[in-house]
Design a protein around this ligand. Sequence first.
Ligand SMILES: Cc1ncc(COP(=O)(O)O)c(C=O)c1O
Length: 397
Amino acid sequence: MPINSRLARLAENPFSRLTGLLAGIEPRLNEPPIVMSVGEPQHETPPLVARIIAEGAALWNRYPPYFGTPEYRAACAAWLARRYRLPDGMITPERHVLALSGTKEGLFQLGLLAVPENKAGKPAAVLFPNPYYLVYAGGALAHGAEAVALDATAASGFLPDLDAIRPDILARAALFYLCAPANPQGAVADLAYLRKAIKLARDWDFVLAVDECYCEIYDRAPPTGALEACLALGGDLRNVLVFHSLSKRSNAAGLRCGFVAGDPDLIARFQQLRSYGGAQVPLPLQHAATALWNDEAHVEPNRALYRRKLDIAEAELGGRFGFYRPPGGFFLWLDVADGEQAAKRLWREAALRTLPGAFTASGQGSDNPGRRYIRVALVHDEATVEIGMRRLAQVLG
Ligand SMILES: Cc1ncc(COP(=O)(O)O)c(C=O)c1O
């Protein structure tokens, strides 16, 4: 049966690769396994979520508005204005915000919106950092673009070196996914970096999509956002979209709630596209999500908990494995010389599941910028994280 040949270009999902890598390895340690390979926060979801969903029991027979309820979009716009100190009217609920059923589906669908048949008479390119969140490659390849993974190594501060992108690539660029704070390395982009990225997008006329879903998990200072950079450049939102999620901010990955905001022309086209095939968020869930965006009280203690876990990790691992405190996000990105070997040993000897960095990056052998690393998600409670760090230090130490 003929199916879309582009699908053959999609690499295997990192987690099924991990299952394959660890298949047949029986942990020798007779203790409960600890899964630190997946970035799924195990912290408590604010109780208001369950209450509001229960109160919405009469709404399950209703189709939800696919762009988000007015209240949901207003809560997102107000949160952006608070979080990034934006002036009144810069982000309006109607023109600048669309609800997403989690950012994953929106980031993927963006490829359908942003990738033309070709650009400047040549095959369109989609740029993203390397290592990267899997969906960026999907947004490129499933929509017919060339995927251009830009190395984001320690040498470039774990972000792509914007000055090193070749003009012939920029000329073909239709879309650039930037992740800040970065998954997996936790790097944050400062105002100068974001301004430069926005200028590139405008000079070369491509969509800059900044995935800011880790922006509320930070160690010391709140990471700058792309909308702040737009403001610093005069307030125009041209070419820029930002993606935000409740999955990490509010420990609500199961709620599937996020949004995209930015350039009103892009939002209008996205809205039209989503009226054909966007995933809608059920009304009771949108009501709960509205309350979460309106609430800050649960966010600070959540952030404080991550900081305490970084303290634990630093005490156990500091000075080894290239340990550094990530300025944003909740992953450790540890240099263990050979990430695949380390992940196998940790599973066999310590029942600790981590993700080889190579599985979340592209490139063969030494060309893969993740090969020396493992990604460790600090998503459990403090006691579990402490046990996990001790096991890691003992096996790899
Ligand atoms: C960098 C990044 N972006 C987006 C997402 C998707 O989050 P969600 O679809 O839950 O909003 C994730 C999830 O892990 C992620 O790590």
